[in-house]
Write a protein that binds this ligand. Structure first.
Ligand SMILES: *Cc1c(COP(=O)(O)O)cnc(C)c1O
Length: 376
């Protein structure tokens, strides 16, 4: 059996090695390292994949969030609502820009923002909401947009874990995660569902004026060469990463279906066990399975992780400490609503290996090892 890893980038690379190597060499030969034609081509192809008017490639997913907040013109003291049960980057940029984070709870089954908690957290100072499509499952965007529109609040979808997932609207129309809010952001960190071989990220929007402002902010606030209208940053996707992403984008739907196949295998083995709650896919969403995350009921998580580790099966906790409990956020956020699901989930979740290269032999070994632990 192949060695088990949380993410197997090597096997995935080997399947597209020739194509990728040629594309990278072509960029080297062209020396168009920054803002080259590969970046523009990737942008256009990604716009058409997502069915969105504007994609603005940037240097990473954290920058994508920061630039979005800057382009929306938020000012210190403005409140930004995000879940606490997320990766630090979602909230970090709020703190970095001296905006006031307000954390809301997540749904106990989908791990995504709870609209009732959101409603309760809104104040006259709320200027933006950042739902996260956690683990690849869409946040309940229609409910979130309804609440946001009622109050005239911008919505930034953190799609770093959910790129390619479809949100199925009540009207029967499906939209890609990241294209429903005012703006969407994503990351091409290597382990993400669409990952490059370094750092990368992108911002998506259907709003022409906002897209122009995002382009300006991400390029030193420059309106034309050497004329800088706003304070900006330097955040670019480089041509080598764009060339790799053009190849990987063609495989994204296959990658997502491979992840779903692995998740179905896990679900089949686990769904009858009362000790395990398998990840739910709500009827309004499909699932990108960036992570396959179980909720443990009355199972000692440490013991289970040790048992798996001894068998060479890696597992992980996303995330053991929610943002509102991080030292860096002490005294720096508004406590407004109960975060009881967040506090519960941080103690109960466990994520198993999830990537595009898991085969049946590996999945059989992982699932039987988990069940062996439960039965002992
Ligand atoms: C990975 C991730 C980010 C940050 O992306 P980087 O490219 O690493 O900066 C932001 N939000 C979430 C939810 C993520 O998982």
């Amino acid at each position: 059996m192949k060695n088990l890893q949380l993410v197997d980038l090597k096997t995935q690379y080997e399947k597209i090695e020739n194509e990728v190597n040629t594309a990278v060499l072509n960029v080297l030969k062209s020396t168009a390292f920054i803002n080259g034609p590969e970046v523009k081509s990737f942008q256009t192809e990604f716009e058409s994949y997502l069915n969105v008017k504007h994609v603005i490639p940037v240097a990473n997913g954290t920058d994508a969030l920061q630039i979005s907040l800057m382009a929306l013109g938020l000012k210190p003291g403005d409140e930004v609502i995000s879940p606490s049960f997320t990766y630090i980057a979602t909230a970090e940029v709020i703190g970095l820009l001296n905006l006031t984070p307000v954390f809301v709870d997540v749904d106990k089954e989908t791990f995504c923002m709870d609209p009732d908690s959101l409603k309760a957290a809104i104040s006259p100072k709320t200027k933006a909401i950042v739902p996260v499509h956690l683990y690849g499952h869409c946040a309940p965007m229609e409910e979130i947009m309804e609440i946001a529109n009622e109050h005239g609040i911008a919505v930034i979808e953190d799609t770093a874990q959910g790129i390619g997932s479809n949100y199925k609207g009540k009207d029967g129309v499906s939209k890609k995660a990241g294209t429903i809010g005012t703006v969407g952001t994503t990351s091409f960190f290597p382990s993400k569902n669409l990952g490059c071989y370094g750092d990368g990220g992108a911002i998506m929007t259907n709003d022409d004026d906002l897209a122009a402002m995002i382009r300006m902010v991400s390029n030193h606030g420059q309106s034309k060469r050497y004329y800088h209208d706003v304070i900006g940053v330097n955040s670019r996707l480089d041509s080598i990463q764009a060339a790799i992403l053009r190849i990987k984008l063609k495989h994204l739907d296959t990658y997502l279906s491979d992840r779903n196949k692995a998740a179905s295998f896990y679900n089949n083995e686990f769904s009858e066990r009362p000790e395990l709650t398998v990840p739910k896919t709500a009827n309004y969403s499909d699932h990108g399975f960036h992570q396959y995350t179980l909720i443990l009921n009355g199972v000692d998580r440490n013991d289970l992780m040790n048992h798996l580790d001894k068998k060479g099966i890696p597992s992980n906790i996303y995330y053991p400490l929610p943002v509102h409990e991080q030292k860096s956020f002490e005294g720096k956020f508004e406590e407004r609503v109960s975060l009881e699901n967040t506090d519960y989930l941080k103690l109960k979740v466990i994520s198993l290996p999830m990537h595009t290269e898991l085969d049946d032999e590996q999945l059989e070994f992982i699932t039987s090892s988990v069940i062996e632990f439960l039965d002992q």
